[in-house]
Design a protein around this ligand. Structure first.
Ligand code: CP
Length: 298
């Protein structure tokens, strides 16, 4: 694996191998590079979880992390993504983690640069490292994917998390349904994949809630926070309808009392903070796999 760009590029064996590696890290495996390897994280969109957990993963693996902040770089002087990456490559960076607002931004890079690219999220495209940590959390909980019912609720059409998880979970045999405002359902998915929320909640083993991606809406959202919560949020009443043993997930950042009742964020069913913890292990697995396969390190 030279790059880690999209779940679409991966088969089930590759996904399961990465999950196995991430699970091993979650159990305390130690692995460090034997020689200096320079990496850079370029976040053209805001991030807390992805950026910070990649940084921790990189430090735990002994990588040399180049301090790079978009807002303090020559991007502000008009330097393009391509020229920025070529520059970093020229001075010795071997791997770049990139988040960018443009869908498939990496297509302009992959055939023209030698360094490895890890996608930290592309517009409304994919968020494959989030997907891996979500899969790890589900696997730790249930031990399997085949036949699991997963309900993804919210701003589906703008969500790279929804797209990545839909593809991966279906490859692994899970049943994925969507709910939320009909206007925000992605028409490229099967119409039969949409379910009314009160029905979907009762059937799901995993209820995955999504943030409203205000920054990707052309018009401001048509709901007040309170209206959205009542119509499509995981309210205290809806949580009571969930199956025994079912869990709540959310990629974060969470808007309490909008997509989920505040009391449920740290409640018994919630695996939201477990997801964040697993983010470090998933990202360690991705980085280790690239570095070993590319023979950057032994
Ligand atoms: N889940 C996620 O991508 O969070 P951040 O935007 O904080 O990285």
């Amino acid at each position: 694996m030279k790059h880690f760009l999209s779940i679409s590029d991966m088969n089930t064996t590759e996904i399961m191998e990465l999950l196995q590696e991430a699970d091993t890290f979650s159990r305390g495996e130690q692995w460090k590079t034997t020689e200096p390897v320079f990496v850079a994280n370029l976040f053209y969109e805001p991030s807390t979880r992805t950026k910070c957990s990649f940084e921790i993963a990189e430090r735990r693996l002994g990588l040399e992390l180049l301090p790079f902040e978009i807002g303090n770089s020559s991007v502000l002087k008009g330097e393009t993504l391509y020229d920025t990456i070529k520059t970093l490559q020229s001075i010795g960076v071997k791997l770049a983690v990139i988040r960018h607002k443009q869908d498939h931004y990496y297509e302009q890079l992959i055939n023209h640069v030698d360094l490895s690219i890890v996608n930290g999220g592309d517009g409304s495209g994919q968020h494959p490292s989030q997907c891996l940590l979500d899969l790890l959390t589900i696997k730790q909980e249930f031990g399997y994917f085949n036949g699991l019912n997963v309900l993804i609720v919210g701003d589906i059409v703008h969500s790279r998390v929804a797209r990545s998880n839909y593809e991966a979970l279906r490859k692994l045999g899970a049943n994925v349904k969507f709910s939320g405002p009909r206007d925000w359902f992605d028409p490229t998915f099967l119409q039969t994949d949409y379910i009314e929320i009160n029905q979907g909640i009762k059937e799901a083993d995993v209820v995955m809630l999504l943030r409203i991606q205000h920054e990707r809406h052309e018009q401001s959202a048509q709901f007040s926070k309170a209206d959205y919560h009542i119509q499509y949020g995981l309210t205290l009443e809806r949580e009571q309808q969930m199956k025994q043993g079912s869990i709540i997930m959310h990629p974060g950042p969470v808007n309490r009392d909008v997509e989920i009742a505040s009391e449920l964020v740290e409640g018994k069913r919630s695996r939201i903070f477990k997801q964040m913890e697993n983010g470090v292990f998933a990202r360690m697995a991705i980085l280790k796999t690239i570095l070993q396969n590319e023979k950057v390190v032994c």
